[in-house]
Design a protein around this ligand. Structure first.
Ligand code: WTA
Length: 635
């Protein structure tokens, strides 16, 4: 496929694109949008604004995103490999699907979904391992106009149930089992537990993967049986650009996870735009993103971005450490990966395993290596640069969020200064600013300034709403600073315009690149019948970036033996293993202000081991609480 004009390869083009996007953002995005396949073009490029939280892009246009991910490539280069699937076990068979095969797989699944009664606008929940069918299912939903809601298969039955209920999903697509490293999970059985009280679900469509015996009931249909007679032809359903494409649940500082909604047209445009510019794919390149499809990275840079760009895309079922810590590099060598995209937590874990692993593999196919999900520390950055990129490949440290839909701040391949811990400049068309707490834009009065990161202009893949509750979307992202999208992150900016992301300024913690709300974990802990109150904070963790530290007050007279483990189990049960506290400390009291607010600042310092530097504790309701906590830690 020809490289479209919007793939910027020189600094001059970068400057020019940035200026054009500032001068006339609508025309800038319209030119890019024109390179896609639409059923009907728009008359209005963009309407609405951030203040009114009613932004729309290409509103009266129609399209089907899968015609852009699949058909336009299947027509021009049907035999090109679209997906290379690398199984968990390196000795098992690799599966490859050409763009023509991808089209027939997705068409078959679309026909199966249709036969099960799924229609345009229905929600379909996907709870799946990293198998090709996960991509097919997302694309099949998109092809028939159903809204997919992928739930990471590490979430517990309770967490899955909440998400099924919130979206009122009509169908759940799962598999019998999942294998990752040496571990197996019977997903279909977890779905059984989750389904209690989920009245909306009419069908559970199960994909046979591990071959295990699982509990099924009257709602069940086996995919391989229905697929046998399914036609490989399916006419994609015409969608409005602003119809929802998917819901993805994500954690925030308050309440239950919210369903971030992305729409068909704008998301499509930005997914390919950002993919091409950040990773700079050439025609025959092989791209590999190691994320799970359960997160936004797996949506935009496994399923949608690479397929929109028509590249060859590696999908990996396993984990970086199985069968040993050389697996990522073995896969890069085996499939001659050109662009590799992973998370700092994986880099740190592999760095800890030693330099020999990457040295033992031929990594000369690599051109660009990327990082996402949390700030990458300097040590990990340098190791990645030296041992993986061989001081030859640019590192793209990509800052973005579930809500932004695609990468917002990053170097573009070799464009931009390679500076550890700096994500770089915003992509042309993206206008981030730093605000002070009153909401004033900060001027560049010094070489480096710091503030709250907000975005000042609509972009095509921005969050449109939170599912079923637009007020929440408004309150969380658009009310803190009127006229801006507020990211929840703090950042620095240099006079050259480079951004360095510092991290969350709210009560969200980032464990191994997974966003977790402290309130959500506290709610889970409070479900334990002996717990009266709890507080959760993040602390600095060598591998995971942040770890979870929980403080819990229990009923007087509670036998504390085994209590911490029980509390951890409760969190696993309510949310999943990813949220398991690293420490649970049973305490007598929590430090509170006179108005009863927990002083997390103090708890954070305690959790980080800064016991001698707790700051001002004089405003505490009960200053002895801190002493008691410190004594409990020492025990
Ligand atoms: C953090 C993941 C520093 C940030 C795509 C953000 C980062 C949150 C980076 C979003 C980065 C993501 N450098 N921090 N390159 N990328 N973050 O929604 O705090 O799972 O707000 O999206 O991850 O997490 P989410």
């Amino acid at each position: 496929m020809e490289k479209p004009f919007f793939q910027i390869t020189t600094e001059g083009q970068f400057q020019d694109a940035t200026e054009r996007a500032i001068f006339n953002p609508e025309l800038y995005w319209e030119d890019i949008a024109k390179t896609f396949r639409w059923r009907k073009r728009w008359t209005d490029i963009q309407s609405g604004n951030l203040t009114d939280v009613n932004v729309k892009w290409f509103e009266d246009a129609t399209l089907n995103i899968t015609e852009n991910c699949i058909d336009r490539h299947a027509e021009t280069h049907p035999d090109k490999t679209a997906i290379v699937w690398e199984p968990n076990n390196p000795d098992d068979t690799v599966k490859k699907f050409s763009y023509a095969e991808l089209r027939s797989e997705v068409n078959k699944m679309s026909n199966v979904l249709k036969a099960c009664g799924v229609e345009k606008g229905d929600r379909v929940c996907l709870y799946l391992p990293m198998i090709p069918e996960a991509c097919f299912a997302m694309l099949a939903c998109a092809r028939i106009g159903a809204v997919h809601s992928v739930v990471f298969a590490g979430f517990s039955a309770n967490a899955l149930r909440d998400r099924i209920k919130d979206a009122k999903a009509k169908m759940v697509i799962t598999s019998d089992g999942l294998i990752r490293g040496g571990k197996k999970l019977l997903l279909r059985n977890i779905v059984s537990d989750a389904l209690e009280g989920c009245d909306s679900v009419e069908t559970v469509l199960t994909i046979k993967h591990t071959g295990d015996n699982v509990q099924t009931n009257h709602l069940d249909k086996w995919y391989h049986e229905l697929k046998e007679n399914a036609s490989a032809q399916f006419e994609a359903v015409e969608m409005s650009a602003e119809d929802p494409l998917f819901i993805l649940y994500t954690s925030g500082s308050t309440g239950a996870p919210k369903g971030v909604v992305h729409t068909c047209g704008g998301y499509m445009v930005y997914a390919e735009y950002s993919f091409r510019n950040v990773f700079q794919p050439e025609n025959d390149d092989v791209f590999w993103c190691t994320a799970d499809v359960g997160w936004i990275t797996g949506h935009t840079y496994i399923t949608y971005g690479p397929l929109l760009a028509g590249v060859t895309n590696v999908m990996f079922e396993g984990v970086p450490t199985y069968p040993d810590c050389g697996r990522f590099w073995a896969v890069c060598e085996k499939h001659k990966v050109n662009q590799f995209y992973t998370a700092p937590t994986a880099i740190r874990a592999l760095m800890a395993a030693g330099d020999d692993y990457p040295k033992n593999y031929k990594l000369d196919s690599l051109k660009v290596i990327g990082s996402v999900g949390e700030p990458i520390n300097e040590e990990a950055w340098k190791w990645y640069w030296k041992y993986v990129g061989k001081e030859r490949c640019p590192i793209v440290d990509t800052w973005w969020q579930t809500e932004t839909g695609g990468i917002m701040i990053s170097n573009l391949g070799i464009l931009g200064e390679q500076r550890p811990t700096f994500a770089g400049r915003p992509l042309p068309g993206i206008h981030p600013v730093l605000l002070d707490p009153e909401g004033n834009e900060k001027e560049q009065t010094e070489d480096t300034i710091e503030g709250l990161l907000a975005i000042k202009q609509p972009w095509p893949s921005m969050i449109r709403t939170t599912w079923g509750n637009h007020g929440r979307c408004r309150a969380v992202y658009f009310t803190p600073f009127l006229g801006y999208y507020f990211t929840g992150d703090g950042a620095k900016r240099t006079k050259e315009g480079m951004f360095r992301i510092i991290g969350r300024v709210d009560d969200v913690i980032n464990v191994s690149g997974h966003r977790l709300g402290t309130a959500e974990i506290e709610n889970a802990i409070n479900e334990h019948d002996k717990v009266i109150e709890s507080a959760v904070v993040g602390y600095s963790h060598d591998i995971k970036g942040q770890g979870v530290f929980a403080f819990a007050i229990c009923e007087p007279g509670t036998n504390s033996e085994g209590l911490s483990e029980e509390i951890s189990e409760k969190v696993i049960d309510m949310i999943g293993k990813i949220a398991k506290p690293d420490h649970v400390l049973i305490v007598e009291a929590l430090p509170k202000t006179r108005s009863g607010k927990i002083m997390r600042r103090i708890l954070r310092k305690i959790a980080n081991g800064e016991h001698d530097n707790l700051g001002d504790t004089s405003t505490l309701l009960d200053p002895n609480a801190v002493e008691a906590i410190l004594a409990a830690i020492k025990d």
